[in-house]
Design a protein around this ligand. Sequence first.
Ligand SMILES: [Zn+2]
Length: 172
Amino acid sequence: MTTTVEQRTLTQAELAAARGLSIKQPYAFSIAEGFKTIENRTRSTRYRGPLFIHASQPLLRTLPIARYSRAAALRLDELGGSTNFWDARKHIPSKEVATPHPTLARSAVIATARLTGCHRASNGCCAPWGFPEMWHWELADVQPLRQAVPRAGALGLWKTDAALSAAVAEAT
Ligand SMILES: [Zn+2]
């Protein structure tokens, strides 16, 4: 019997070996929903491989997302708008109130991806998301989770653990 694995989805081995990357909202939303395909960082990285896209706790309330991408702004409206970002670690699921959309979560892993490359910004590359004088980390195979997986953020490429990998696998 053969099992067909969707190309975008991480394998079991990749889920176990993934690194986490914490990103502020609504940038994390923009990545998880497939609009933003690079991440601006002040440092380069040699790491290539599976990633957990983690939405950190801070919310950039005034980020003019429509200026980056009209499509991203429309998607945000569709999901309830910028006021609907929620803290997954404080959320108590109930039958009465629907759980907010996973890509609007904060303090949670919201997507899986692969880090496939890294280059220094030049000549306005990766516009409009890519910033000048930064390193652009190239993201591919982004797959939003069905449920946000609560987790505190960390700096840099942080190590995951078996419990987190299992929870992300469950939510994939
Ligand atoms: Zn670039």
